[in-house]
Design a binder for this molecule. Sequence first.
Ligand SMILES: [Zn+2]
Length: 479
Amino acid sequence: MDYETVIGLEVHAQLLTASKMFCSCPNQFGDKPNTNICPVCTGQPGVLPVTNKKAVELAIKTALALNCTVEPSSVFARKHYFYPDLPKNLQISQYELPLATKGHLEIEVDGVKRKIGITRVHLEEDAGKLVHQGAARIMGADSSLVDYNRTGTPLMEIVSEPDLRSPREAAVYTETLANLLRYLAVTDAKMEEGSLRCDANISLRPKGEAKFGTKTEVKNINSFRAIEKALLAEEKRHEEVLSEGGKITQETRFFDDVTETTTGMRGKEYAHDYRYFPEPDLVPVEPPRTWVAEIKATIGELPWQRKARFVGLSVAGEAAQLLVNDKPLADFLDAAVKLGAKAPTVANWLIGDITAYCKENKKELAGLNFPPAELAELLTLIEKGTLSNKIAKEVLFTALQTGKPVKEIVAASGMTQISDEGELLKIAQEVVKSNPKQVEQYKGGKEAVMMFLVGQMMKATKGRANPEAATRLLKQALG
Ligand SMILES: [Zn+2]
């Protein structure tokens, strides 16, 4: 039987606030365990939480960019469960009345655009972090350590509709969303560090069937690459069970990225298991409309708007997408274009040689002393005919390696293109003289030989001849 895959994602993003969700402890990653804690975030008796306004602002900004409706009133709720990383035995989250609802995000997979519904965006607090000794998870571990630094970190949860139809779509959705969140500067969206996490609900149903099949939830997806892998593994498992006439059990499953398989963790909880009720210590979130409008005005250019603008500057669609996916590269292009460089040329250099250099040397463009003005300078030298493309590449690598200005490198090396045509003509005549066989072939009608002769001129000038001038002068020398 042919099955259709149905996927919905819950993405959790840690918000870039200075302090935690309901207390003034610093919200930062990588500190000594259990140092950024206080009576509020460790759930001591008699304390009162206070909502972090910045977290509300960042979540509203996200909701607006996702075309959601920001609700006039939303309520925090207590979600009860018992786990060693949760000192209060409850998590403050939002349940019946979330911050924002009913939006969408457009994704593009292999040139096809699709709108994925966003069910809701809500705020909650993060739990602590368990560090297991001797195993990757609590089951099978010799012991587990608890770090409460993360407890109470502001989390935003973005829940999608079950609109995704393949593991690949799910991966593209998550990457598109993460990129949007980086543009909005609401999170750094690093899956490997846990500042962005993704739980996936997946089910299969016979093609044409309107009713959803039984779903499972996949957890422990720790990288963008793992999303597609985890869902492919779970999709395959569903298909095998169903095609053998078996039934899927609704449960939470753990993805092991070494074996690339999922294993059962626990029976899926239902909402009533959490005994949700409104948090009595917090007032509802009622953002004034004027404030929402002010937040809306702070949303800058969004990734897809930027892509459209780059395409308008004659950058190819695929190149524009690559640049927009890497904000520092896109910022670099904008800065270079402002200095007069042509966008498609800048795009080629950025995606080509500059990215290759950064990858090879495991460096970030921002970490090199190579500002946009230097690339603009280099491109001007090519356009003016001072540098050939080949020499310009050498200058680029020297600039990237040493951090020296392009002008200085060019002046010191004498690598400028030979513009004295008399000098070039002499070299052309010598090339003709020393390659009689090829000259004969050329004169016999084999025009492709010209490439070889131009190559010889490049060799003789160490790449300092302009290829067009070389071709023209060779033809002159050939008579
Ligand atoms: Zn605290």
